[in-house]
Design a protein around this ligand. Structure first.
Ligand code: SF4
Ligand code: SF4
Length: 104
């Protein structure tokens, strides 16, 4: 999910409901992610809570008025969230999985 003012992510959130959002476990503490919003995967890897599932949905994803979505930990979000860009392969795959058209 990315952050622009006329941002299609605000009515999407598909990438937060498609992938396991995993990172080196110490990065969560380093970024200040609340432990309750992360899960340990193994000795080295943690992930955002709710994303280590066949039907992932990040515990930090909020749905607000008008169906807008937002990340509760936007400033602290881990690297995988920062890497997805609107219109890239991961974005297209996530949107297709949720029945949404590709964005350029
Ligand atoms: S799938 Fe694409 S448009 Fe949707 S929230 Fe993620 S980056 Fe934004
Ligand atoms: S931390 Fe935020 S941007 Fe990353 S998957 Fe969760 S809701 Fe989406």
């Amino acid at each position: 999910m990315s952050d622009h003012s006329d941002n299609p992510c605000l009515s999407c959130g598909a990438c937060c409901m498609t992938y396991r959002v995993s990172f080196y476990w110490a990065d969560g503490d380093a970024r200040g992610l609340p432990p309750a919003l992360t899960e340990r995967v193994n000795a080295h890897i943690a992930c955002m809570a709710g994303t280590n599932s066949n039907t992932p949905r990040c515990a930090a994803l909020e749905t607000g008025p008008g169906g807008h979505v937002a990340c509760r930990v936007y400033a602290q979000r881990p690297d995988p969230c920062r890497e997805v860009q609107v219109g890239d392969d991961k974005c297209r795959h996530a949107r297709a999985r949720h029945g949404l058209p590709a964005l350029s």
